[in-house]
Ligand binder design. Structure first.
Ligand code: GLC
Ligand code: CA
Length: 551
């Protein structure tokens, strides 16, 4: 493995800092809390942390609207406290990855404050200004353009109007991006997760998109835009000087366009966070729901596994701060423990680097708030007001309850103490009422818990060449309730079985494995020996087998 491929054997834990742990007693998660929890993260068996934005932000989009790239949000602490966290993390052998949000800034960023003042000032070209807007819709709210009286012009915002898009065509802006990267790399961070990175280059002339389509009607003019690979190459150069890892987030990206970022002469990313497998129960946004379809989940995973094989490396995840909780979506809250563990098995043993989102490892589930006003997430509020508005309010609220990013943003459940042990005082946001039984402390004491199971999975992956580097093959791809795949390295095969139904399920083994000595190395039900041909509800099994190569 090359010097720049250190991430392949690793797995990462994602922290959304506002809701992780409150260390200074103001109801908001912070870097003091993170400092105290580093041993917990290490004990999970991960090798690094990705921090969602820690920078100063007016929080129109909770940190993804940055007003100063080279500082720490006072809610979270100081640069000194960040350095302490970084140093202790490194001592524990944990890498640190920062979120790099460069498609847009906050409208309160100094650059924008200057840019909006006139058509000729040192920052006037930092953003995308036009006399006349085109017909693009914002992904968050209404039109993608906002009028600025001081310039008598409109600025582009693909997300909220408090998130003006940077003009990446201006070399000075790209210089700023490199300087931001350098600032954090010099402090010692190990890489970046690059927010909506496939949107940063817009087509010249900004042509109109599709008429009468909400949300992404202009996407063909800003996804994988004309200069994207040039700009990415510049950022790559900076990152490579430090052997830093670069993980792109690519909304609506296809495996085909992702490969361009991940391989060949234009290689500019080590991994791409894709959304394909997150669309097995929805369309475009989680708000537009459909019943969960295992086939859609499997075919998305397999497509990326097959197409990247031998060429590129996957980023594996089921949850992050942008999606509701996976048990509530692809699993079952009734078979909470079984399905929580099974879902872990379904993705942790694929080829790629796994990411685990805070609370996922204890099986946190969706919160259901009783009115739209209680939701903080700008995307939820907007979808409620904008999509399927002919539906009665009650039905729309149900959609928000199932889809809101807020379900991933409730305070981390540390114990059964008041406020889930997240804080001494009332937290900034609602705690999920299930915290008395879904929490770290309770699960630490239960050897059969989801938490302990995650640890076992990560341990198994970390110590197996086949699970890390083996080839991938899916069996019975058309099966509506079973996901079965193997990972093979030399003569060792791992066979993974996941049942996605609350009924018992009869299965047969692929010929390759039938009749071989199979060792059950992991199962989400205790007391099973792996010989039964019937899977219990949401059962997951991992077998290890020696596959003699026929000569
Ligand atoms: C990414 C972030 C999301 C944010 C959006 C705009 O998708 O993950 O949280 O709202 O970009 O920055
Ligand atoms: Ca705090």
């Amino acid at each position: 493995m090359g010097k720049n491929e250190w991430f392949k054997e690793m797995s990462f834990y994602q922290i959304w800092p506002r809701s992780f742990a409150d260390g200074n007693g103001d109801g908001i998660g912070d870097l003091y809390g993170v400092y105290d929890k580093l041993e917990y993260i290490k004990a999970l068996g991960v090798d690094g942390i990705w921090f969602s934005p820690l920078y100063p932000s007016p929080n129109a989009d909770y940190g993804y609207d940055i007003s100063d790239y080279k500082n720490i949000h006072p809610d979270f602490g100081t640069l000194e406290q960040f350095d302490k966290v970084l140093q202790k993390a490194h001592q524990l052998g944990l890498k640190i990855i920062m979120d790099l949000v460069i498609n847009h800034t906050s409208d309160e960023h100094f650059w924008f404050q200057e840019s909006r003042k006139s058509r000729d000032n040192p920052y006037s070209n930092y953003y995308i200004w036009r006399d006349q807007p085109n017909n693009w819709e914002s992904l968050f709210e209404g039109k993608a353009w906002e009028y600025e009286p001081m310039r008598d012009q409109y600025y582009l915002h693909l997300f909220s109007k408090k998130q003006p898009d940077l003009n990446m065509d201006d070399p000075k802006v790209r210089e700023e991006v490199r300087s931001v990267m350098q600032f954090w790399l010099d402090r010692g961070v190990d890489g970046f997760r690059e927010d909506v990175i496939n949107f940063i280059s817009k087509r010249d002339g900004l042509p109109d998109g599709l008429p009468f389509v909400p949300l992404a009607n202009g996407i063909m003019h800003y996804k994988d835009g004309p200069h994207i690979h040039e700009y990415m190459a510049e950022f790559r150069k900076t990152a490579q000087q430090y052997h830093a890892v670069q993980i792109g987030e690519g909304p609506m990206t296809t495996v085909h366009s992702a490969l361009r970022y991940l391989t060949g002469k234009d290689k500019s990313l080590d991994m791409m966070i894709s959304f394909d497998h997150m669309l097995a129960d929805c369309f475009m946004t989680e708000y537009l729901q459909k019943p969960f379809q295992l086939k859609s989940y499997k075919s998305a995973l397999s497509r990326w596994q097959y197409r990247l094989a031998g060429k590129a490396w996957n980023a594996l995840y089921l949850e992050n701060h942008d999606h509701p909780r996976i048990i509530s979506r692809y699993g079952s809250e009734i078979f909470w423990k079984e399905s929580g563990k099974m879902l872990a098995v379904s993705y942790l043993f694929l080829q790629g680097t796994p990411f685990i989102y805070q609370g996922q490892e204890i099986g946190m589930t969706n919160i259901r708030l009783s009115s739209i006003e209680q939701y903080e997430d700008i995307a939820s509020r907007n979808n409620y007001d904008r999509l399927l508005t002919y539906e009665p309010a009650e039905k729309r609220l149900k959609r928000v309850q199932a889809s809101s990013r807020d379900s991933a943003r409730t305070p981390m459940q540390w114990s059964s103490a008041p406020y889930a042990g997240f804080s001494q005082v009332k937290p900034w946001f609602f705690v999920n009422p299930n915290y008395p039984y879904i929490n770290v402390e309770t699960e630490e004491q239960d050897p059969d818990s989801i938490l302990h199971f995650y640890r076992r999975c990560l341990h198994l992956r970390r110590h197996s060449k086949a699970l890390l580097f083996g080839t991938y093959h899916e069996f019975f791809p058309k099966h509506p309730h079973l996901y079965m795949y193997e990972r093979v390295y030399q003569d060792i095969g791992y066979l993974v079985l996941c049942s996605f139904t609350e009924k018992n399920l009869s299965v047969r083994l692929p010929e390759k494995y039938a009749g071989r000595k199979l060792q059950l190395v992991l199962c989400n039900y205790s007391g099973r020996d792996g010989t039964s041909s019937v899977l219990l509800p949401y059962e997951a099994r991992v077998y290890r087998a020696r596959l003699k190569t026929s000569t």
